[in-house]
Design a protein around this ligand. Structure first.
Ligand code: HCA
Ligand code: CU
Length: 445
């Protein structure tokens, strides 16, 4: 596995994240940061979404970034006509091909889908722009249907075809099979898009790469910063970087400024994630049937044993905090998850005595990623009952104290005894060490 391109969708899929609201300035800041990080493409919300979305798209195109700018639109001539006027380098068009979406969303048959796709592709190409065609909900689509659309669009010279796991149902093995099959059917590049509903989004992206990046073809992987997107989001940029660093460190290091990852994540985590007051969120959600649904917050919604089969009884927008309070009573913001690859607060923290000892000898014993590649540092935890004397010895040295190994071992027993009673802060453990050291010198005098 090696060559891949990142189609970064924080400014498209990410805008579909429940809490996201990016004003123009924020979008520009994020676009510049993504560009600086080194992503290959930046995907933007459709100009057909709103007047401001169209203006923002134009503004970002004018920045003259290295990354190519794409906008994501429905596979429809009206959208395509509007999009080609914005100054983008290409269009990502999408249409649902699964029976779920054909029946419950746009209601079109496969012939219509193929004909429209060809019309849009030829139009966009005539404007000299890139065009990617993607089938929404690919993994719940009929394989014959799917392959016939892809091969039809490949024949008219589409730049890339995309497969999308819109509902996050795909497993890595299914991904491998589908990409492999598709690789045999089309000559163009392949792009993939994975939702994370079942926690497979990064693994799926990697599997797609294993299956599709053969014979010198590169593979497009959609990501967003921290994975933000519809529902619980998509493949995270950072998670993918972590995975790829293990697979092909030189390639990743040559393309992306990894030491800027943390800042990029912080930028997005802080940017315009304004929680809406619950009432206005409900109004905005609308019903799709005209008028505003009187959505009531019923506690039954929290009880999964009560089936919610009637769509009119679905809550339209309902966030609760960990105590079940509605979102307008709690701060809805986004934090970097503790278990985030690379940037999670404990991603390079080593705790058990056995781990600490080995890490102090040679970090590669328990680290597959090096914190210094990301401008970060490792931390050897020593203030716990699981600690060992090697960790304490290293702390003793950091504190500028001198002890023999036998003394360090005794001191370690003190720390462990105290840590058996209650959780220790670093200061607590340090003061155990200092007191122990003081008593040693006192004994001497
Ligand atoms: C969505 C669309 C999409 C599109 C992916 C793509 C998906 O449902 O909001 O263009 O490849 O997940 O299907 O994000
Ligand atoms: Cu998506």
């Amino acid at each position: 596995v090696s060559r891949f391109k990142i189609i970064e969708s924080t400014l498209r899929e990410g805008e579909q994240f429940a809490n996201a609201f990016f004003d123009t300035e924020t979008k520009i800041q994020i676009a510049k940061a993504l560009d600086d990080f080194g992503v290959d493409y930046i995907e933007l919300t459709s100009p057909a979404a709103s007047e401001q979305s169209r203006k923002d798209c134009e503004a970002i195109c004018k920045l003259g970034l290295k990354a190519k700018i794409l906008t994501h639109v429905r596979c429809h001539m009206d959208d395509a006509r509007m999009a080609v006027e914005t100054g983008v380098d290409g269009l990502d068009v999408v249409i649902g091909t699964s029976s779920y979406l054909r029946e419950h969303s746009h209601g079109k048959d496969m012939t219509y889908i193929i004909n429209t796709a060809i019309e849009v592709i030829e139009f966009v190409k005539s404007k000299g722009l890139e065009i990617r065609f993607s089938s929404e909900d690919s993994f719940r689509s009929n394989l014959v249907d799917l392959l016939s659309v892809y091969s039809a669009v490949d024949k008219v010279g589409v730049t890339r075809v995309g497969i999308a796991d819109t509902v996050g149902c795909a497993s890595p093995r299914q991904v491998y099979d589908l990409v492999r099959t598709l690789r045999g059917v089309v000559n163009c590049d392949i792009e993939t898009h994975f939702h994370d509903d079942t926690s497979c989004a990064v693994a799926n992206a990697y599997c797609a790469l294993e299956a599709g990046a053969t014979h010198g073809m590169s593979l497009g992987l959609d990501t967003s910063v921290l994975g933000i997107g519809e529902r619980n989001g998509i493949t995270t940029l950072g998670g993918l970087m972590a995975r790829m660093m293990v697979a092909d460190r030189d390639y990743v290091m040559s393309k992306y400024k990894l030491h800027k990852l943390k800042d990029l994540e912080n930028l997005v985590a802080d940017a315009g994630m304004s929680p809406l007051p619950l009432s206005s969120a409900l109004v905005l959600a609308g019903t799709g049937r005209g008028g505003i649904l009187q959505a009531t917050l019923r506690p039954t919604i929290l009880n999964p044993s009560i089936p919610q089969t009637d769509p009119s009884s679905f809550p339209l927008f309902y966030h609760v905090d960990q105590f079940g309070k509605p979102a307008n009573e709690c701060a809805v913001q986004i934090n970097i998850p503790f278990n985030n690859p690379i940037t999670g607060f404990c991603a390079f923290t080593h705790k058990a005595g056995i781990h600490a000892k080995a890490i102090l000898n040679n970090p590669t014993t328990y680290e597959i990623l090096k914190p210094e590649d990301y401008g970060l540092s490792r931390y050897v935890h020593f203030a716990s009952r699981l600690t060992g004397w090697n960790a304490i010895k290293s702390r003793v040295e950091q504190l500028g104290l001198t002890m023999t190994d036998a003394q360090v071992k005794l001191c370690t027993q003190k720390v462990k005894a105290m840590a058996d009673v209650r959780p220790l802060a670093i200061d607590d453990a340090d003061s155990v060490i200092r007191t122990f050291h003081l008593n040693l010198t006192a004994d001497h005098e």
